[in-house]
Every structure is written in C-alpha cells, then in structure tokens.
Design a protein around this ligand. Structure first.
Ligand code: F6P
Length: 370
C-alpha cells in the first residue's frame, strides 16, 4: 500500500514543474491522506550517501502558492544512475535501497526523455513510479505538449517580436537562436508566433546558398529580415558556402570546428549557431558592417519563466492524474495530453523522440522550406 511518495525533478528546468508538485501534494493529501517528500537534485540526490540531506518537506503549507513559481523548488540534475558506468558501480541498487530506507513507497517524477528513461529503470527494479513530461523542447512522444513548452513559446514569441522591431528600425537582419536540441518544435512555434521570415530547424537541413539567397532577397525587398534558428540546426561540413567563409573568417572556422562534448546521457551540448550564421550571412551578402546582422540567443531565458496559465493548468491536471494513477496500482507510465484529454502512456512509447513531422507544403507556408 502506498503511503509515502517522493518527488524528483530531473533534466533542464522549466515553467510548470512546481504547478505539478503543488497539485499532486494537495490532491494526494486531500483524497488519500498521503505523505510527501521532495528529493533535491533528482537521481543524484536519491543515489547519494547523504540522501537525508537532500530531502525537502512537502506538506500543504509548503505548496501554498507554489503553482505559480518558476523552475523547480527541488533543484535538478542530469545524473544517470542507469548509465553503463553507474550500473557497474551499483547505483541502481543503491537508489532502490535508499528509497526503501526512507520508507518511500513510490516516486512521482517530472522529466524529459533522459529522466523518463531513468524512471523506466526504476520501474524495472519493481519500484512504483509515474512521470509527467516536462521540457521546453516538447520532444517526448504520446503527449501533444509538455510542461514548460506553452510558457516558453509565449515568451519566446514576444522576444522575437521585440528584436524584430529593433531590426526594422535599424534596417538589420535579426537572428534569434532557440533551444530544442534535436527537435525543432520550440523554434518552429516561436518562429511562427514571432512572425519569422525564415525558420531553420534540425529536421530540415537547408544548404547555406539557399538560405543566403533567400535572406538577400528579403533584405532587399523589406530592408530587414527576421530569422529564427534552432540550436540543433546543422550546417553540412562540406557545404561550399561554409568552406568559402571559413577561409576568410577565422571565427567561423573556430566555432564550426569546436566540439562542446556530450552530457551524462550522451546528448551533444549545443549552442552558437546564431553567431555562426551571423558571420556567414554578413560575408555572403557582402555587407559592410557586422552589426547589420544581429544575433540574439534566447537560451536560458526560456527556462526560468514564471508559468503562464496554460502551464499551471497542465501541471495541475498532470499532478492530479499522476497521483490517481499511482494509487490505482499503476507504475511505468507517463501522463500526457492529447487534444483536451489527459492520457497515460507506457514509458517505452513516450521515449520515442518526437520531432517535427509536418509535410513540406505546411513547412513552406511558415518559412521552414523555401
Ligand atoms: O532541457 C532541454 C534543453 O533545454 C535543451 O534544449 C538544451 O540543449 C539543454 O536543455 C541544455 O541544458 P543544460 O545546459 O542545462 O544541460
């Protein structure tokens, strides 16, 4: 029987995580008289020798007003107890033993692909766990949207509109770089809502000649251009324009040849494409001044946002359903939303990365294909 439930919040922070915690705690206490505790730094804290020092009390007082607070009160970590190295070190068993030692019967987690993968590991150790999807990347399957994504799109669109106002005034080309890893959802939707002329996403690799010709045409026509680029947009190393620009611009050469490494889950660390494109466009269009092309990286401004109403509602609905699922004896499942319905999805289905799958005609109508 489940009496005590622990929360863990892994991966990149975002809006809506605290809304999930607040709703789950209120519902769990009200309907099932549950006891809750938070574990700081997710699996890193849960696997620690000092797990007691990572505990955060979560009662009705602690969650008062919490639903509208940004990020996560439980901190976060990308520690992966189920990596080959950590499995060999015995971390999965330590994780389970630590949870048992504290009298914890089940886990509620928020996370993206990597955290859900770790939750699946915990589930396969026969420990009850339910997860809710969160990430501004919106790249988990089985759910239309994830916590943090609605607020990030809304703020990102306003930010793009603001940079483009300035670009119009100064007759400039504006490039805004947006996170999203290998999925272009965030850039696509911010780009559309932000009135972008061109949206460059990882799912559609476009040669630099095509990009620069389009930018040149729009610049001549409108005297400004609004470009949104996803951090995961890749330029082919053999792209002839890239090769040419690398010969005259040492910064482009250095930046395109730099490797930023991978995180604990093996994901490449990204960032910097906006600055690279800025220099390439300046060279290819033969512009005199580098300030004719400005690059803004929205990066982490989209992560620590105060949740807007859509995320508070989503977090609340996810929180309530997650508690009900756990108490009905379920484990190994993620809550999600399809249309307006809350659904449940087995972890393996959720773990298929969801990437932009629109057809070319639709992508053309919004400036991804040109
Ligand atoms: O959470 C996903 C994400 O926002 C990606 O879009 C980005 O590449 C990554 O996090 C960066 O996260 P961090 O630098 O915090 O590890």
């Amino acid at each position: 029987m489940i009496k005590k439930v622990a929360f863990m919040t892994g991966g990149g922070d975002c809006a809506g995580i605290n809304s999930f915690i607040a709703a789950a705690v209120r519902h769990g206490i009200d309907k099932y008289n549950l006891e809750f505790v938070g574990i700081r730094k997710a699996f890193e804290g849960a696997c620690s020798d000092q797990i007691e020092e990572h505990l955060v009390p979560l009662g009705l007082n602690e969650v008062k007003g919490l639903e509208i607070k940004p990020s996560t009160i439980l901190e976060s970590s990308r520690f992966n107890p189920f990596s080959e190295e950590n499995t060999n070190k015995g971390f999965p068993q330590k994780l389970k033993a630590n949870l048992k030692k504290l009298g914890i019967d089940a886990v509620l987690a928020t996370g993206g692909n990597d955290t859900i993968k770790s939750c699946n590991g915990l589930h396969s150790l026969d420990f009850p766990v339910i997860a809710a999807p969160k990430s501004i990347d919106n790249d988990v399957s089985g759910t239309d949207i994830m916590l943090g994504y609605p607020t990030a799109v809304s703020f990102g669109a306003k930010a793009v509109r603001s940079t483009v106002e300035s670009a119009i005034t100064h007759r400039r080309i504006s490039i805004t770089e947006i996170m999203g890893r290998d999925a272009g959802w965030l850039a696509l939707n911010i780009g559309i809502a932000g009135g972008a002329d061109l949206i460059l996403i990882p799912e559609k690799q476009t040669g630099l000649k095509t990009v620069c010709e389009r930018v040149a045409k729009l610049y001549q026509q409108n005297k400004y251009v609004n470009i949104v680029v996803a951090e995961g947009f890749r330029i082919h190393p053999e792209d002839p324009v890239l090769k040419r620009v690398k010969e005259v611009n040492p910064v482009v050469k250095a930046m395109t040849e730099e490797t930023l490494g991978v995180d604990t889950h093996g994901n490449p660390k990204l960032g910097g494409i906006g600055q690279i494109l800025r220099r390439i466009i300046k060279e290819e269009l033969g512009l005199k001044k580098i300030e004719d092309v400005r690059a803004t990286d929205l990066g982490f401004t989209l992560r620590g946002l105060i949740p807007e109403a859509d995320d508070v509602v989503l977090g609340t609905r996810f929180g309530v359903t997650a508690v009900d699922l756990l108490l009905s004896g379920e484990s190994g499942k993620m809550v999600g939303i399809q249309g307006s319905k809350i659904v449940t999805v087995p972890f393996p289905e959720a773990l298929i990365q969801k990437r932009v799958n629109w057809n070319d005609q639709d992508l053309q109508s919004v400036g991804v294909v040109f």
